[in-house]
Design a protein around this ligand. Structure first.
Ligand code: GPV
Length: 838
């Protein structure tokens, strides 16, 4: 069984489980066999990359056994499965996480140590599979981890982009996007599954015909097609032998490209098909909370959705002949509107290929699909021009048209003569296909991602739908996996927590509430402080190596890491830094605890204000970090290429977590939870999940400021906010805003930051001045920051608050979130996988 070089590690694993001893010798032998067979090398002459590959192969072998066993159970028991459909899976590195979840990390680390190999250096060889933009993609990855850990049968369905999120370089303070060829050395944790490939068709026209029984048939003709080929990645559950699959689809040309076999017309078509396949999965669109209606993007969506549904139905049919049973065996969770063409594709297959009646197909579909909304930002709502949609997906469009026709009848029945309702709720309107509307009409569940967000959906953005279908709406507050963001990211704190309260927190984060008992203990506070300091030293080293900047680990590490977006208000943060700098310059002896402001953020490639904000942060950093007169009290660092792997280092080292979005705009946020888990104190608005963090941890342990979502929304509705008034009435703030255009931070080009200045005070055509209420919230933000300054000096109080943050983080595990999805939406049963006798 298995190839010879890979066999021993399975033996180690089984051995380890039997008598808890881990044979380092056998492990090293496995790695060196892998090096020999893969590269003709020995441990001594292998490169770090080769070592990474050899170690990963050894780990994969253990995973394979469990993966096979899990799939066997799924085949035998035929449980209901969730298909989590998402354009993005921001997985982060797999090796370390897999070792954590196999509960083999420490043993492997020690074994490698004995041959002089540093496991961190090996882990650093792995590219971050960055098949996602930010929160939405990372949430999908956390969900996969929790599903496997809780033992729920699940497939992630997505796209195997050749190029995921770009690598960010900073040159002269500006962001440069560099393609990230993450597959160039081969990715050890993926498995090509050509036996599960499917055809996906685009374009052409629909031919109608009537058969001998008088039944209408619809056939897509003269189309182009590609072959969707899945790659499966193992998703290892924590210490439970469960390994689920992430299936990400690659596109290949359908016919091998061959010159002879085509006449002229076919030749062109063959070239087109070849190009289609090549372009389709080439790159992830690097936009977060913003869509641009590009045709290729719709192609990507239909491509992976169609392939995933085909594979799901093929799995179903292995056990069942009656499609009416589908809702008992499969649920498709649509991660935002991106995969919502699934509604029409499932209908198409049921009606055209399975020959069900419309009503039966609709009944099945509407019991199989559910929709999660992740934003209220209008620019993130997907609306496809009918022209594009119809040309690309002619048959699917007909189906959308019919869904719409029937739904509009329903609206008219309920609200006779109310054209306004039709205008707002119809799926097809104004020449557009409104994907969210289709998802809500077809989905049996519509959920928001934090309490506040769901309330805003119900009462504002989706109010009309809520009125019509109140039973569909529900909330699922986001969560994060503690396996990656504590066990792996912060081993010192993880071990300490385990010593204090046991290891139960790894699969039940609420166990950390037992830490409350230690919050007042001087010893525990001191231990925590030492761990935090060690993590700050680790981050300082990273910053020195990657940015060349020296930071002081005894300063307050104040961190804002997340995508760069105006609503997230990195601009407010840096304006406040400029404000502090002014104050320190004016009064060098003022009471000020040394602070390091750390930023990390990628801006969408075409997002001008976001990119200028990055330049501003770097320009401010240049001035402040090089001003000897302030005695190193203030430092600003922009960490290049923020991504999951360095995020783990950053969260562990943070003292202050910046969660400062304009209230109502951040649907949930998940970074906020990762900071809390690692004992940072939050400065934040009452937005997204901050609200629930506040409920858990209390006013004494969090710094809340700014307008409420109700205030923001009412200003938006009344159009009565004027930032110029704020500017006129606050001299210190006025000075800071003026510094955007007086050359303080851009001596060679005073106009460099004019756009940012204008975004606050001089709206250009079609814009709203200070759309995100930065000036409105500035003073209360500065006051909250002042409180942080004062509070930090009280070491014991600060540490107590940090410990209480950790102790109250339990709710924010994605294990809790997933259990709620299972209970309220998916209704899955757990599987158990027994490895005894394998
Ligand atoms: I829509 N989100 C994202 O990362 N990208 C998107 O395109 C959209 C939403 C985020 C929200 O902004 C966060 O508030 C939220 O925590 C996250 O999705 C996960 O729900």
């Amino acid at each position: 069984r298995g190839s010879i070089n890979l066999l021993p590690f399975s033996a180690i694993r089984r051995n380890m489980m039997r008598d808890n001893t881990f044979s380092k010798k056998v492990f090293i032998k496995t790695v060196s066999d892998n090096l020999k067979n893969k590269y003709r090398k020995t441990i001594d002459d292998a490169t770090q990359q080769e070592l990474y590959q050899a170690v990963s192969e050894a780990v994969k072998d253990v995973i394979m056994d469990e993966w096979i066993a899990t799939q066997r159970v799924m085949d035998k028991d035929d449980p209901k499965v969730v298909y989590y459909m998402s354009m993005e899976f921001l997985m982060g590195r797999a090796l370390g996480n897999n070792l954590i979840n196999l509960s083999a990390y420490k043993e492997v680390k020690e074994a490698l140590n004995e041959i002089g190999v540093d496991i961190n250096a090996i882990e650093d060889q792995e590219p971050d599979p960055a098949l996602g933009n930010g929160g939405l993609g990372r949430l999908a990855a956390c969900f996969m981890d929790s599903l496997a850990t809780l033992g729920y049968p699940a497939y992630g369905c997505g796209i195997r982009y050749r190029y995921g999120m770009f690598k960010q370089q900073i040159s002269d303070g500006f962001q440069i996007e560099v393609p990230d060829n993450w597959l160039k050395d081969g990715y050890p944790f993926e498995l090509r599954r050509p036996e599960y490939c499917y055809e996906v068709k685009f374009g052409g026209y629909v031919q109608e015909s009537t058969d001998e029984n008088g039944e209408l048939h619809f056939e897509q003709k003269d189309y182009q097609s590609v072959l969707a080929v899945p790659y499966d990645m193992p998703i290892v559950g924590y210490d439970n032998n469960v390994v689920n699959s992430l299936m990400i689809w690659d596109a290949e040309p359908k016919n091998g490209f061959s010159l002879e076999s085509f006449d002229q017309g076919d030749y062109d078509k063959a070239v087109e098909q070849e190009n289609l396949a090549r372009n389709l999965v080439e790159v992830l669109y690097p936009n977060d909370n913003h869509v641009k209606g590009k045709e290729l993007r719709l192609k990507q969506q239909y491509f992976f959705v169609s392939a995933s549904i085909q594979r799901a139905l093929a799995r179903f049919k292995k056990h069942h002949s009656d499609l009416k049973d589908l809702p008992n065996k499969a649920v498709f969770q649509m991660n935002d509107t991106h995969p919502t063409v699934a509604v029409a594709e499932l209908m198409r297959i049921l009606v055209d290929e399975e020959h069900l009646s419309w009503d039966d197909a609709w009944d099945i579909t509407t019991r199989c699909v559910a929709y999660t909304n992740h934003t209220i930002m209008a620019e993130a709502l997907e609306k496809w021009p009918i022209e594009i949609f119809q040309r690309l997906l002619p048959r699917v469009y007909q189906i959308v048209d019919e869904i719409n026709r029937r739904f509009v009848m329903q609206i008219n029945e309920r609200y006779p003569g109310n054209e306004d309702k039709v205008r707002k709720m119809a799926i097809l309107y104004d020449g557009q296909v409104k994907m969210a509307n289709m998802a809500i009409v077809a989905g049996y569940s519509v959920n928001g991602v934090a309490k506040l967000h769901t309330e805003i959906l119900k009462n504002q953005e989706l109010h009309d739908f809520y009125e019509m279908f109140p039973e569909k709406f529900n909330n699922k507050t986001n969560g994060i996996t503690q396996r990656r963001f504590l066990a792996h990211a912060n081993p010192l704190l993880a071990d300490w927590a385990t010593k204090k309260v046991g290891a139960g927190w790894i699969t039940d984060l609420t166990m950390l509430s037992k830490l409350k008992a230690y919050a007042d203990s001087p010893v525990a506070q001191q231990e925590f402080a030492e761990i935090k300091r060690a993590n700050k030293v680790r981050l300082a080293k990273y910053i020195k190596e990657h940015n060349g900047i020296d930071v002081n680990p005894d300063s307050i590490f104040d961190v804002q890491v997340k995508r760069l977006h105006e609503y997230k208000r990195q601009l407010m943060n840096i304006l406040h830094v400029m404000y502090l700098y002014n104050k320190i310059k004016e009064n060098p002896s003022m009471d000020f605890y040394p602070r390091t402001f750390i930023f990390g953020a990628k801006a969408a490639a075409g997002y001008r204000n976001a990119k200028k904000t990055i330049k501003l942060i770097n320009s401010v950093a240049d001035v402040i970090n090089n001003d000897a007169s302030i005695d190193g009290k203030l430092k600003v660092v922009f960490i290049e290429d923020y991504k999951v792997s360095n995020a783990e280092i950053i969260f562990a080292a943070a003292d202050v977590s910046e969660q400062i979005s304009t209230a109502s705009k951040e649907a949930s946020g998940t970074g906020n939870m990762k900071f809390m888990l690692n004992g940072a104190l939050t400065i934040g608005t009452m937005d997204g999940a901050n609200v629930e963090m506040f409920d858990e941890v209390g006013a004494d342990n969090m710094f809340i400021f700014g307008m409420s979502s109700d205030e923001v929304i009412s200003h938006e509705n009344r159009h009565d906010y004027n930032p110029v008034d704020v500017y006129n009435n606050d001299a210190e703030l006025r000075k800071v805003v003026n510094q955007l255009v007086d050359g303080t931070y851009s001596p060679n080009d005073h106009e460099l930051f004019r756009e940012l200045y204008n975004s606050l005070l001089n709206p250009q055509q079609g814009q709203v001045a200070d759309r995100y209420f930065i000036l409105a919230d500035f003073r209360s933000y500065a006051n909250a920051q002042q409180k942080i300054n004062d509070y930090y000096k009280n070491k014991s109080a600060w540490r107590k608050s940090a410990l209480l943050n950790i102790a109250h983080v339990g709710k924010f595990s994605s294990d809790r979130t997933i259990q709620e999805y299972v209970d309220d939406i998916w209704h899955l049963d757990r599987i158990t996988v027994n490895m005894a006798g394998v």
